[in-house]
Design a protein around this ligand. Structure first.
Ligand code: BMA
Length: 306
């Protein structure tokens, strides 16, 4: 029996490296949003040197994408940002607030990885705002609304070199200074997320609460297994977890999720809620390609409250 509420698109994976109009070694972990009538994906592409940049892709039907002929966001040349992005920019997420598209991403440099945020209003000009974490802290997602005049951010400090890594929440008046940080979710020992966990997709507002998809890592003798769970956070006080799925709700099963540069990885960075209540989730598979799966948002909310 298939317990997952997700239904995989029958032509997965939807984007492979052979679809990219310039040489690269892989494409995976894409942010997603709607822009006008179009679906936008911001693809993480690893070049032939092994360094990542971000490239835009657009689609009218959510599965057939036209991919830009050149990268959109690469290592910054600005001396404020360059030292921390020298090895590349990775794993973007998009959050829309009042018509501005905020892009959070992982900056990778000689000192480690850290979260960064920038913005666009037209998917043409991109402006960096700030780094939102110090090093060894990533999986950064921004809430799509301010609450009590504050921006809200989820991060994942730690988790490197086999260490523990939990999900935290922080607040800011201006997207630059972050504070009031506190733990949001911690993994259960022995479970599917016992290695570390991190936010996957920016929170989605539902009547019952903020729906947060997150990834959990199980460390095994033959490497990590990345799977997906969901949690429901209180609408007014989002540091309160009202419930989470008892089991993972998407894990690597298909051969494209099992085999690739990093095997046994499903890693969503974006999801789009359609008017019919279906969620389209875009996820990297084995750090090698991009797949899509759909689910009923109500069913996932129900699973969080069981
Ligand atoms: C995480 C991130 C992701 C990647 C995953 C599996 O730590 O680096 O970009 O997809 O590992 O390799």
């Amino acid at each position: 029996m298939n317990r997952s509420p997700f239904e995989r698109y029958y032509k997965n994976p939807i984007i492979k490296k052979t679809d990219i109009p310039y040489p690269c070694s892989s494409v995976f972990n894409a942010a997603a949003c709607k822009y006008g009538d179009e679906y936008i994906l911001l693809l993480r592409i690893e070049d032939l040197e092994g360094k990542s940049h971000l490239t835009l892709a657009r689609s009218a039907n959510s599965v057939d994408f036209r991919i830009d002929k050149e990268p959109w966001i690469e290592t910054s040349q600005d001396p404020v940002f360059e030292p921390y992005e020298r090895f590349g920019v990775e794993d973007p997420r998009i959050t829309t607030i009042d018509g501005i598209y905020y892009i959070t991403y992982t900056a990778f440099g000689p000192y480690g990885v850290r979260g960064a945020i920038g913005k666009t209003s037209d998917f043409d000009k991109f402006k960096r705002i700030s780094f939102v974490t110090d090093v060894d802290n990533k999986d950064v997602v921004l809430f799509p609304e301010k609450i009590n005049e504050e921006y809200i951010l989820i991060t994942r400090p730690g988790g490197f070199g086999g260490q523990r890594g939990d999900i935290w929440i922080s607040y800011s008046p201006n997207l630059i200074y972050w504070g009031k940080s506190r733990i949001l979710m911690s993994h259960a020992p022995g479970g599917w997320s016992s290695g570390k966990l991190g936010a996957s997709v920016p929170p989605i507002k539902t009547q019952e609460g903020w729906l947060l998809f997150y990834h959990g890592v199980k460390r095994t003798g033959s490497g990590n297994i990345y799977r997906i769970g969901a949690a429901l956070l209180d609408l007014e006080r989002p540091h309160i977890v009202m419930g989470h799925t008892k089991y993972f709700i998407l894990g690597p099963d298909e051969s494209y999720e099992r085999i690739g540069d990093v095997p046994n990885v499903v890693f969503p960075c974006g999801a789009i809620l359609e008017e019919n209540g279906r969620i389209k989730m875009y996820y990297g598979v084995s750090d090698t390609a991009i797949a899509m799966a759909t689910a009923d948002i109500e069913e996932i909310v129900r699973c969080c409250l069981l």
